[in-house]
Design a protein around this ligand. Sequence first.
Ligand SMILES: Nc1ncnc2c1ncn2[C@@H]1O[C@H](COP(=O)(O)OP(=O)(O)OP(=O)(O)O)[C@@H](O)[C@H]1O
Length: 426
Amino acid sequence: MARYQYDLKPSKISLIRRLSMESFMVRVYTGPLSDEVDHVSVEAEKGTSAEDIVAVACRKLRLSASGGGGHGGGGASSDVRQHFELAEVFSSGGQLCKERRLDSTENPVALQLLWPKVVPPCASESEANGSQGLFDGYRFYLRRRDPEASAGGWVVRDQSAVDSFLLAFLTQPVAGKEFPDLCSLPDLNEHTLLHNLKARFNQKNIYTYVGSILIAVNPFKFFPIYNPKYVSMYQNKRLGELPPHIFAVADAAYHSMLRLRQNQCIVISGESGSGKTESTNLLLHHLTALSHKGLHGSGVEQTILGAGPVLEAFGNAKTVHNNNSSRFGKFIQVNYKQNGMVHGAIVEKYLLEKSRIVFQARDERNYHVFYYLLAGADEKEREAFHLSSADKYNYLSQSACYSVEGVDEQHEFARLKQSMEMVGFS
Ligand SMILES: Nc1ncnc2c1ncn2[C@@H]1O[C@H](COP(=O)(O)OP(=O)(O)OP(=O)(O)O)[C@@H](O)[C@H]1O
């Protein structure tokens, strides 16, 4: 599985004194450059330049100048030096505080000798006294050169500018503690599987792969992991290249369709309230965003997304398990042109729970649309349709449940009208 950028856990010692007293081991972390290797150790002397360490690290990782790591790479070291660099990264309290590009002539060993060392309380005596210690938050990372980045100097990361959630998301713990893909669990049984999901969930990582299947654990609260930054980050990435995410599934389906010229299918399943509707909306969001590239605003995407609130108003209701429970099944087919632009969509609905129209169990409601209409209709509409309040209607008052926490029905009615116009209802 992918290893992610900047593991912020206190680093194991990055420099180990060797017998000769002249040479040292510099630990170079790979971040997102390698799926398989967390770090490589490079033997160096005080005077060894950063670019020489880069060359050795790239050779060990089989990284080539042309295209990343993997097998059979290994361009000329001079090329590699032009394309990769070292960054000195300092993190504290789980947050990336600052990072600095190393100039090619700088001496990493000399720098490491200046890093403050701490001994963790949990370290064994031999670790504390011997060659294994901890540097207080400092590490070297190998990374691709960014030609536009300014050289040198500490870049102090302003936490308001940096999306700290994104950072935490990208720095998910290294394999061995938690596994972003359950297939990598060394011992796979029900206990380890659930333990892994729980450990990840506690770290706010709600998604976990099982091969190409994505498990989503409903957090019941908003995590800022669906903004445009994430949309672009997941575009054209292999499944597993980045931390598990619903956008990765949408992206894999979209690009497989373009590459193989074959229909793709995503099946979403789970018990009531597990997050199927939200996941469907997120998938549609990403699938339509992907097609934006060449569309120049034809509005098809907006129409597709606009169908959601209409379907939910007429087909969703409050139940004891879920305030917005879909009481029907749906099959959504998004059609694309050959060039990958969205062409349209077909929604097939089935098995609507019709009995809910005339009977609702305790603490449950009829379909949202009735309450929206009664709350949001203006005076003219009330008069025209002879509308009263919800408690006056037998089919709406059986459970005496008229409002849903956190839902502004007037606002929902306005949104519904807007969506209906968008999808072509008059
Ligand atoms: N990814 C998510 N992030 C935050 N909250 C979520 C997420 N997914 C679901 N939720 C929360 O869980 C609630 C229930 O989710 P949703 O309606 O999607 O479940 P469902 O599986 O479609 O249920 P049903 O089968 O009853 O229709 C949502 O209203 C939302 O508050």
